[in-house]
Design a protein around this ligand. Structure first.
Ligand code: COA
Ligand code: AMP
Length: 629
């Protein structure tokens, strides 16, 4: 069947399309219908189905006789170890952990925060929660105590599962002091914490609150899977928005299972038993969908990689993992490929590895530049497929459906809309733009199964962030266009979200931190173009009157403050002092123009600018920045 037939099939009868896809999942009670639009614009899917995520990701494969198949390969060049876990072993481990959580009072609907590095126990913790209907919220290890505290106060977890440390190539990241700090700051306190003690850096425990991962599970009764409603949340994942407060994206169980399962064959073209590798982190949506859930639901082997594209130990690591574990489909961010290309421009490190197992390289998370795509295609000799999605959607909005029909690749485009998504380009007034013209990218409601139905505890914000601008549509926050063949082009964000090394960050959150510095009167953070990371945050600060300390001292404190409050992942290293920020007469900071000046691109002078000479201050300040920092 062609892509056009499949897409048109969905469009003409979405209900039948999704009910058919639902048959790929093992339900305790098969849903009587797919969409519930009774409460539009709040749509839900598979409401009256009963199902369990962990059963579909683990138990059903054991029951089908595939218990001996490897479910998870933990490949950790950082600790120089490789561990394999079969589906049968995974079932036993997850059932025990779930039993231990249940014995401590965690039940359906309770939240559990998971703060862990790239170890298989992170996936086991996610699966154990979903086994008993608890709602997990994984927090990325690169976030600092304050960010963790914000999430604790928002989702109010009954328990927190953490590791004693994470391992970065240049240092051990002690998670435990960050966790303790976060619990101190937060108003909500968890009943207990479970700590996975890693031998690289065991942590001191807090009596009465912290429980050791192994001891906690000793002698407990394993838990069976608890069937939940299709609309029961399987997880909350916080993502950056315009303000400092992260948005808690909710994922409903039924749609998540159905949609992810569908993508594995149709987009990634893998069959059960194949090895699938997404080199991301469990703290991001890619990690949720394509390290943990989708490959396991579909019966694939997934790789949990604890390393970096370069330096662990060399830029051949990706190629070693692919050939050693027989990886069929590989997924990473363009920035990771750029990092490899920078250290090994000729692809010398591919030599000596048999990469014939690899069929396709998938890229997402940020714009894939043509240089990177060409380079990867040349050295790997496989199609390089860009695809576009967001934390909110949980899987691709636009992609090249390799398992349906490989479409011609157009460089600079993540290809075409996937079934479920009616993507349109709108002008400011919400009217469709002509083909080939730039506008806001919006998706006609309802969004398909598996996408966010709401934000945790923040329905009004859900409406104002996504539904209010274009009634009847979901506003993606991206701008772009669609060409005459229906190919999408994603050009830029329309809000203050930036993308640093494939990590989604809020400049608003960084501005809030800078503003808390006593010497800072006003500030603006923008994302400037960077060859490696795509974008880098740069902070401009105006000082409070009468401050006499040196600019260098203050900017160094600003950098330290962002690292302490948000975390190293913000990669905030560049800050400069300016006298004034360019503003409109109504006082709005002209961040978009600042970005254009920094990138050396053309811009139109807004008629409403308060003082044109303030742009000279920005140019001058930019000249003093040492980007090599
Ligand atoms: N825990 C703690 N700290 C972390 C971390 C984690 N899980 N992940 C990153 N950090 C730290 C890094 O150590 C670094 O700290 P430093 O300032 O002390 O050096 C900082 O956060 C910034 O990290 P990053 O922006 O990732 O830069 P890097 O130089 O370490 O690595 C790349 C650059 C391109 C190799 C790396 O970003 C990468 O592999 N990116 C791919 C991202 C990805 O997979 N995204 C998911 C979407 S598909
Ligand atoms: P995240 O929620 O972290 O997945 O980030 C989502 C955002 O990353 C999108 O809204 C885009 O701005 C950007 N993005 C993701 N994938 C792509 C892509 N293939 N091309 C361009 N931008 C992308």
């Amino acid at each position: 069947m062609s892509y056009a037939t499949v897409y048109e099939g969905w469009k003409s009868n979405p209900e039948a399309f999704w009910m058919d896809a639902a048959r790929g999942i093992d339900w305790d009670r098969f849903p009587s219908k797919a969409l519930n639009d009774a409460d539009a614009p709040f749509y839900t899917w598979f409401d009256d189905g009963l199902v369990n995520t962990c059963f579909n990701a683990v138990d059903r494969h054991v029951i089908a006789g595939n218990g001996d198949q490897v479910a998870i390969i933990h490949d950790s060049p950082i600790t120089d170890s490789i561990t394999k876990i079969t589906y049968a072993e995974l079932q036993a481990r997850v059932a025990l952990l779930a039993g231990a959580l249940r014995a401590r009072g965690v039940t359906k609907g309770d939240r559990v925060i998971i703060y862990m590095p790239m170890v298989p126990q992170a996936l086991e913790a996610m699966l154990a929660c979903s086994r008993i209907g608890a709602v997990h919220s994984v927090v990325f290890g690169g976030f600092a105590a304050h960010e963790l505290a914000v999430r604790i106060d928002d989702c109010k977890p009954k328990a927190i599962i953490a590791a004693s440390c994470g391992l970065e190539p240049n240092r051990v990241v002690e998670y435990k002091p960050l966790l303790d700090g976060a619990i101190d700051i937060a108003s909500h306190k968890p009943d207990f914490c479970v700590i996975l003690q890693r031998k690289q850096h065991p942590a001191p425990m807090v009596e009465g609150r912290d429980l050791d991962w192994d001891a906690f599970q000793d002698g407990v009764e394993p838990a069976e899977c608890v069937p939940v409603e299709g609309t029961h949340p399987v997880y909350i994942l916080y993502t950056s928005g315009t303000t400092g407060a992260p948005k808690g994206v909710i994922r409903h169980t039924g749609g998540h299972l159905v949609a992810l399962n569908w993508t594995m064959k149709n987009i990634y073209n893998v069959d059960p038993g194949d090895v699938f590798w997404a080199a991301s982190d469990v703290g991001w949506v890619v990690g949720h969908s394509y390290i943990c859930y989708a490959p396991l639901i579909h019966g694939n082997t997934t790789i949990v990689f604890e390393g970096k594209p370069v330096g662990t130990p060399d830029p051949g690591t990706f190629w070693r993992v692919i050939s050693q574990h027989n990886v069929r489909a590989f997924f990473t961010a363009p920035t990771a490929i750029r990092a490899v290309k920078r250290e090994d421009p000729k692809g010398e490190f591919t030599k000596g590895y048999d990469l014939s197992c690899l069929r396709t390289l998938y890229l997402a998370g940020e714009r894939a530049d043509s240089d990177t795509i060409h380079w990867a295609q040349d050295i790997l000799n496989v199609p390089v497929i860009d695809h576009w999605w967001q934390t909110e959607t949980g899987y691709s909005i636009a992609a090249n459906p390799m398992g349906i029909e490989p479409l011609p690749v157009k460089l600079g485009s993540p290809s075409v809309a996937m079934p479920g998504y009616d993507v349109q380009i709108l002008d400011e007034g919400g009217h469709p733009m002509p083909t080939g013209e730039l506008g806001a990218i919006a998706i006609k409601l309802p969004l398909p199964p598996g996408t966010l139905p709401n934000l945790w505890n923040a329905q009004e914000r859900f409406v104002s962030s996504y539904l209010a601008t274009f009634p009847g549509y979901y506003e993606t926050g991206d701008a772009g266009m669609i060409d005459e063949d229906g190919y999408l082009y994603i050009m830029a964000r329309t809000d203050d979200v930036i993308n640093v090394a494939g990590h989604r960050l809020s400049t608003g959150a960084m501005e809030e931190v800078l503003s808390s510095h006593p010497d800072v009167a006003e500030c603006a953070v923008i994302g400037v173009t960077d060859q490696l990371k795509g974008q880098l945050p740069v902070g401009f600060v105006c000082l409070t009157k009468g401050v006499t300390r040196s600019n260098a001292e203050i900017t160094a404190e600003c950098v330290k403050l962002v690292r302490e409050k948000i975390g190293p992942v913000a990669a905030f290293k560049l800050a400069v002092v300016v006298d004034r920020l360019p503003k409109t007469r109504s006082g709005k900071i002209l961040r978009a123009i600042m970005v254009k000046i920094a990138d050396g691109s053309e811009y139109k002078m807004p008629a409403t600018i308060e003082d044109i000479s303030s742009l000279d201050d920005i140019r001058e300040a930019l000249r003093t920045i040492d980007y090599a920092k």
